[in-house]
Design a protein around this ligand. Structure first.
Ligand SMILES: Nc1ncnc2c1ncn2[C@@H]1O[C@H](COP(=O)(O)OP(=O)(O)O)[C@@H](O)[C@H]1O
Ligand SMILES: O=C(O)C1=C[C@@H](OP(=O)(O)O)[C@@H](O)[C@H](O)C1
Ligand SMILES: [Mg+2]
Length: 208
């Protein structure tokens, strides 16, 4: 039995177990591996991932939401109190735990794919999908919200563009690239993504 703090990070909380159980019957046999959404802040990993899982009737998890639940703190509070390195360690633990669970849609935080260990783990049991998004569209989506500590700088747009430039070559190593377009709704993006995933891997979704 791990110490209490490790237990909280590495194992699901009760509500996660229950939501998985209640959806388990629907889901069994439908996805042969996880669909793991990666990409920049504002690309729509959380929004499109939620809709994708709803349409596929598979469990949806988001590593940021899981971290916040385990810590009983917001991402902003975790960064402020414990720093980015602490957050990255927790993120890796949470991802490992989600990847060990039943196949579903997992939305990651924008920095998760930058860690080689995370990429290896995701590749072992999931299909990595890069939500690629135009820089201006990213900025329009993230500028409204103060929930991303990495963008709390004197020049948040410049920071976003710098991070995007640094990260894009690594994001591009994902198995699938999905281009998120300005005119598309979340719903139409999810439908287009399902079609693309089916075409990429016909064995990914098994009919129930
Ligand atoms: N077509 C779209 N695809 C994705 N997100 C969209 C779209 N249109 C509007 N949005 C909004 O943009 C934001 C995307 O943020 P989010 O899903 O949190 O991205 P991420 O998890 O990648 O940081 C959300 O507020 C979402 O409602
Ligand atoms: O890009 C990043 O390094 C981060 C992205 C955020 O998630 P979203 O990509 O869902 O906004 C969150 O994990 C944290 O603020 C760090
Ligand atoms: Mg998100």
């Amino acid at each position: 039995m791990p110490a209490r703090a490790e237990y909280i990070w590495q194992f699901p909380k009760d509500h996660v177990i229950q939501s998985r159980n209640s959806k388990g019957a629907q889901m069994t046999g439908r996805l042969t591996r996880h669909i793991v959404l990666i990409g920049m802040m504002g690309a729509g990993k959380t929004a499109i991932g939620t809709e994708l899982a709803r349409r596929l009737r598979v469990p949806f998890t988001d590593s940021d939401i899981e971290i916040e639940a385990a810590a009983a703190m917001t991402i902003t509070e975790i960064f402020a109190r414990d720093g980015e390195a602490f957050f990255r360690a927790r993120e890796a633990q949470v991802l490992a735990r989600l990847l060990a669970g039943p196949a579903g849609v997992i939305s990651t935080g924008g920095g998760a794919w930058m860690q080689p260990g995370n990429r290896d783990l995701i590749g072992a049991s999931g299909m990595s999908v890069w939500l690629n998004c135009d820089p201006e569209l990213l900025w329009q989506r993230v500028r409204q919200r103060q929930t991303r500590p990495l963008l709390q700088t004197a020049d948040p747009k410049g920071t976003l563009l710098r991070l995007l430039a640094e990260r894009s070559p690594v994001y591009a190593t994902a198995e699938v690239e999905f281009v998120s377009r300005a005119g598309d709704s979340i719903e139409s993006s999810a439908l287009r993504l399902i079609a693309q995933l089916r075409a990429t891997d016909p064995g990914l979704m098994k009919e129930a």
